[in-house]
Write a protein that binds this ligand. Structure first.
Ligand SMILES: *[C@@H]1O[C@H](CO)[C@@H](O)[C@H](O)[C@H]1NC(C)=O
Ligand SMILES: *[C@@H]1O[C@H](CO)[C@@H](O)[C@H](O)[C@H]1NC(C)=O
Ligand SMILES: *[C@@H]1O[C@H](CO)[C@@H](O)[C@H](O)[C@H]1NC(C)=O
Ligand SMILES: *[C@@H]1O[C@H](CO)[C@@H](O)[C@H](O)[C@H]1NC(C)=O
Ligand SMILES: *[C@@H]1O[C@H](CO)[C@@H](O)[C@H](O)[C@H]1NC(C)=O
Length: 393
């Protein structure tokens, strides 16, 4: 009853953008505690598989090609939900997301993580929008999935990935406008925009995070053959200078000890270096900032252009190829959470203090009844860590 009336109220508000923005502003969201000497946050990405049901094989394999041959326009979300790779992953991916959420909960109980920083791909395969199906997916793949123990109270600072924008503006609207009201742990700013900023404040330090939608920077997403082309990506690609300016202005105004760019795609990668993100990375480099990204389904640490790139894309379906099977493609690759057979599930923690940021990579021992997909002798200890000591400027 209560949720129904809340949602119908929301439906009324969505009709009136300004009122909604004001409502979100006045609504109490859950945020990280202020004033800690050391604050631990989890960096998590590429997780939202649970509850995705692909179209039936008869449709994807037989009907769809016929429709295409007949020249019918196929909606991108329908095409994407027939992705043969993703369909073959779904059973394993759902189980791996669940096991990894439990693992993250265990590590975070020990480490006292007080917030999560998301790098996107929150809902496979085509995101969620403001429909009954979207609401059910939100409840199942996020609200219910991350609800036990430490997750009960920890806020998440959110970001969009490519899977989140397949449905275009309506998908963006759900995550930026509806989700923060549905669950106060879901933070996405107060403006209903896909880019936003927040500060974490410690006892004697501050960290400024700027979130952008990197989907808006990839020209390949505008091709008429891309499942990502839609009026949202077309408009935000044309307007990407707005996000560049937002990052530049926010970092310029901030006097924080640490500055982070939080986005989905990797400028540095072992699979595809997204070089079109260069205008953003230049700004980060100018301010001695740090880049947090996902997209590649593994954990990695890259160092290039005097900048640390922390890859955390392993909370769902890990893929060894995304970390080049553990083989560094150059000295920029400092750590890769993969081997020739598989990549590890896991996430990254950052213990933020005034003097340094302790960055730890937690790789899950992926034991299952028939074997171990990624043996880690003691997975409540980090498999890799490094420290950032150079303050932002
Ligand atoms: C966890 O960290 C927060 C923020 O630093 C702090 O307020 C809280 O007391 C800590 N809890 C435990 C159990 O250490
Ligand atoms: C699913 O996991 C099983 C082991 O549990 C493995 O044998 C199989 O290859 C996996 N399938 C995919 C598509 O990853
Ligand atoms: C996509 O664009 C190419 C080249 O611009 C064109 O030849 C093709 O007909 C277009 N396809 C569709 C489905 O619009
Ligand atoms: C990414 O860039 C680095 C450094 O320029 C290069 O060594 C590496 O081969 C590139 N990675 C890919 C996948 O092309
Ligand atoms: C990073 O460094 C490379 C090699 O020096 C340079 O070509 C590239 O433009 C730099 N990228 C950024 C974003 O500054």
């Amino acid at each position: 009853m209560r949720s129904w009336s809340r949602l119908s109220f929301l439906a009324l508000l969505v009709l009136e953008e300004l009122t909604l923005a004001e409502y979100v502003r006045t609504k109490k969201s859950t945020v990280a505690p202020v004033g800690a000497e050391v604050l631990t946050v989890g960096v998590i990405g590429d997780y939202g598989w649970t509850g995705w049901s692909p179209s039936p094989p008869h449709f994807c394999l037989e009907v769809l090609p016929e429709l295409q041959a007949a020249g019918l326009v196929i909606p991108n979300e329908v095409l994407n939900d027939c992705d043969p790779g993703d369909i073959s992953f779904i059973n394993n991916a759902t189980a791996l997301q669940l096991d990894t959420s439990t693992y993250i909960g265990q590590v975070c109980a020990v480490k006292n993580c007080t917030a999560f920083v998301s790098v996107g791909d929150n809902f496979y395969d085509s995101g969620i929008d403001f429909t009954t199906g979207g609401i059910q997916r939100f409840q199942e793949a996020w609200v219910g999935m991350y609800s036990q123990g430490i997750f009960d109270t920890a806020p998440w600072y959110q970001c969009l990935g490519n899977h989140d924008i397949v449905k275009g503006q309506s998908g963006v609207d759900f995550q930026t406008k509806v989700a923060p009201i549905y669950d106060p742990r879901w933070n996405f700013g107060t403006q209903g925009l896909p880019y936003w900023t927040y500060d974490l404040m410690g006892k004697d330090w501050t960290a400024t995070f700027v979130v952008v939608d990197s989907d808006c920077f990839l020209s390949s997403y505008l091709k008429n053959t891309s499942v990502y082309v839609n009026p949202y990506t077309e408009a935000c690609y044309a307007d990407r200078q707005t996000q560049i300016n937002f990052l530049a202005n926010t970092f310029a105004k901030s006097t924080a000890t640490w500055k982070f760019l939080q986005l989905h795609h990797g400028y540095m990668s072992s699979a595809t270096n997204e070089t079109e993100l260069a205008p953003l990375v230049e700004i980060v480099a100018q301010h001695n900032g740090v880049v947090l990204n996902g997209h590649d389904h593994c954990l990695g640490h890259y160092y290039s252009n005097n900048t640390n790139f922390i890859l955390s894309g392993a909370a769902g379906y890990p893929q060894a190829g995304d970390c080049n099977y553990g083989i560094p493609l150059g000295p920029y690759a400092k750590f890769l959470g993969a081997n020739p057979m598989s990549a590890a599930n896991g996430f990254v923690t950052m213990d933020i203090s005034k003097q340094f940021i302790n960055v730890e990579y937690y790789l899950r021992d992926m034991q299952f009844e028939d074997g171990d997909l990624y043996p880690v002798p003691y997975d409540l200890h980090p498999s890799y860590s490094f420290q950032i000591t150079q303050h932002a400027t």
